[in-house]
Ligand binder design. Structure first.
Ligand SMILES: Cc1ncc(C[n+]2csc(CCOP(=O)(O)OP(=O)(O)O)c2C)c(N)n1
Length: 447
């Protein structure tokens, strides 16, 4: 008997779903979508008396009255490759990166560290308005960035400067951003550390916590629809994970099978809130399976463990089109930002431990020294060189003019509407009339 229109439509939709790897419910029109739903439901509904029939259930029945007790489970283990002395524990886990790559990793981590010192001081001296250091988290940035395709799209929180430096964002561009000068890619409109670069596939940072997370899921879904073999990487902190947006992002990504790696930097604190007060469960990783995501917890101070985990996560994201959650355990050695004094809520001994006993840079240096790729003299020469580079760029950025004040009103609309044009004209007239009261020599000329 000839298949009915209904059956043929269902067959076509299933074929189409296979071809484009997109669930039919997301590509079909409203009408065909409802046919698809009825068809799949009708097909899948087969009663098994021994199993619960609740929609979406994977469970079996139980006659024991038992609660799931979080304290009766061991914590999810922390995957590592190196011990604290930089020795590889299981040779099978050594990513086997060549000297050139490992040296680039080390140089990026130390450059970031030096840039942090100089810009932090610069803020303290009142030369820039604000800064956030990355001390102690360098391994999470560089280990993950090195494992990605350079076109994978990054959505950062704000403490991931090492990721963009790895991709070739220059010190000069970073300094221009922090100084908000006329060469800043963001035209001086953003606060310091809100880096962004189209060239480096790095979305501009936005400080309201977790707002980048649903965007990341959406961008990953768009990537999947475009059929490109790329993924999105979304960085966030343990504190940001408490925002509603984090949960929406996880669930959208899981249900839409979006190729996104959620990379949590669990650094122990959300400003003054320690993780012990932030959550009661087993960190952030435990949430992954609840959303149906492949998940791993990794030692974030072990750059090779982060590299391996991210590389494997990327494979799942791109090849299986699925989200992955990585929880990288690390420690925020610096204050939260220049607006924070962490001595008010944690001990100096605690900070000293991470700075001297378990630092990602120290661990990698030990590894390189054991390989005889690095020694005390190379270290000394490199530290002098990187300091000189950073100082040079910092001084040059400081000397550059501020952006033209007209940037306050441009780029909001493609064509400036009349009401903004009126304000712009008034501003120009006002500044011209009272120019002796404005430091115009420090600004780019108004166009
Ligand atoms: C929606 C929102 N609420 C509060 C803040 C203030 N705030 C800025 S950073 C921060 C802590 C975030 O901690 P975490 O996500 O763990 O990242 P970390 O700073 O430790 O890297 C808070 C509460 C904010 N930026 N946005």
């Amino acid at each position: 008997m000839m298949a009915s229109l209904f059956q043929r439509t269902c067959r076509f939709l299933r074929f189409y779903q296979k071809q484009v790897k997109v669930p039919a419910q997301h590509i079909a029109s409203k009408q065909t979508r409802s046919i698809y739903y009825s068809a799949t439901r009708l097909q899948e509904f087969a009663v098994d008396d021994d199993k619960p029939q609740f929609p979406g259930s994977k469970s079996v029945f139980s006659e024991k009255l038992e609660f799931l007790k979080p304290d009766e489970y061991d914590g999810i283990p922390v995957y590592r490759v190196m011990n604290r002395d930089g020795e590889v524990i299981d040779p099978d886990q050594d990513p086997g990166l060549d000297k050139e790559t490992v040296t680039k990793m080390y140089k990026t981590m130390t450059t970031l560290n030096t840039m942090d010192k100089i810009l932090y001081e610069s803020q303290r001296q009142g030369r820039i308005s604000f800064y956030m250091t990355n001390y102690g988290e360098e391994g999470t940035h560089v280990g993950s960035a090195a494992a990605l395709n350079e076109k994978d799209i990054i959505f950062g929180q704000y403490r991931e400067a090492g990721v963009i430096l790895w991709r070739g964002f220059s010190l000069e561009t970073a300094m221009n951003q922090c100084y908000g000068n006329c060469d800043d890619l963001g035209k001086g409109r953003q606060m310091p550390v809100h880096y962004g670069s189209k060239e480096h596939h790095f979305m501009t940072i936005s400080s309201p916590l977790a707002t980048q997370m649903p965007h990341a899921s959406g961008a990953a879904y768009a990537l999947k629809r475009s059929g490109r073999d790329l993924c999105v990487v979304c960085y966030f902190g343990d504190g940001a994970a408490s925002e509603g947006d984090a949960h929406a992002a996880f669930n959208f990504a899981a249900t839409l099978d979006a190729p996104v790696i959620f990379f949590c930097r669990n650094n122990g604190y959300a400003i003054s809130t320690p993780t012990a007060e932030q959550y009661r469960g087993d960190g952030i990783a435990i949430r992954g399976p609840a959303y149906g995501m492949n998940t791993i917890r990794v030692d974030g101070n072990d750059v090779f463990a982060v590299y391996n985990a991210t590389k494997a996560a990327r494979k799942i994201a791109v090849e299986e089109s699925k989200p992955v959650l990585i929880e990288a355990m690390t420690y925020r050695i610096g204050h939260h930002s220049t607006s924070d004094d962490s001595s008010a809520y944690r001990s100096v001994d605690e900070v000293r431990y991470w700075d001297s006993e378990d630092h990602p840079i120290g661990r990698l240096r030990k590894y390189m020294m054991q390989k005889e790729w690095w020694d005390v003299d190379t270290e000394k020469a490199w530290m002098a060189e990187t300091k000189k580079n950073v100082m040079q760029e910092f001084q040059a950025a400081e000397k550059r003019k501020k952006p033209s004040p007209t940037n306050m009103l441009t780029d909001v609309y493609e064509e400036m509407p009349d009401h903004l044009q009126k304000q712009l004209d008034e501003m120009k007239k006002h500044v011209e009339q009272y120019k002796e009261y404005y430091p115009l020599d420090q600004y780019e000329a108004m166009k």
